[in-house]
Design a protein around this ligand. Structure first.
Ligand code: DQA
Length: 144
């Protein structure tokens, strides 16, 4: 039983990127947190980070046959990508949308998400702890 953990553009810079907004934990820390949390439910994590929209879309398509659900922080593609939203609805897997920062107290262009209408659950503004909450929520949706 596998969860696909997808992180979008610039999240490879976690830890050094605007730490006052995103904190000091690195992408490796986030992926480890997700793996540790998932293990308690007998779930495995396949972690993919890409700065390229098409790579994220391909990973979502692949999840159709290899994963039970998706956790994704699409980064700035959240606010721009109809194609990512279509990919999520296309694979019919439960998907949890995560944002480290509270996008609603930031610039107006971050207030709209193309992903939210196709997400099962949304976790916003909980810092990197949101990834742990996302794994717990996905495990709950999967009946674990
Ligand atoms: C983000 C919020 C987005 O607006 C931003 O473009 C990101 C990170 C977050 O996790 O808070 O790259 O998704």
């Amino acid at each position: 039983n596998t969860i696909l953990l997808l992180n979008g553009p610039n999240l490879n810079l976690l830890g050094t990127r605007e730490p006052e907004i995103y904190g000091h934990d690195t992408l490796a820390d986030v992926e480890q947190l997700a793996r540790d949390t998932a293990a308690a439910y007998g779930l495995e994590v396949r972690a993919v980070q890409s700065n390229h929209e098409g790579v994220l879309i391909d990973a979502i398509h692949e999840a159709r046959t290899t994963a039970a659900g998706i956790i994704m922080n699409p980064g700035a593609f959240t606010h721009t990508s109809v194609a990512l939203a279509d990919a999520i609805s296309g694979v019919r897997l439960p998907a949890i949308e995560v944002h480290i920062s509270n996008v609603h107290k930031r610039e107006a262009f971050r207030h709209h998400s193309y992903i939210s209408p196709v997400a099962s659950s949304i976790i916003i503004g909980a810092g990197v702890h949101g990834y742990k909450l996302a794994v717990q929520q996905l495990a709950h949706l999967l009946g674990k």
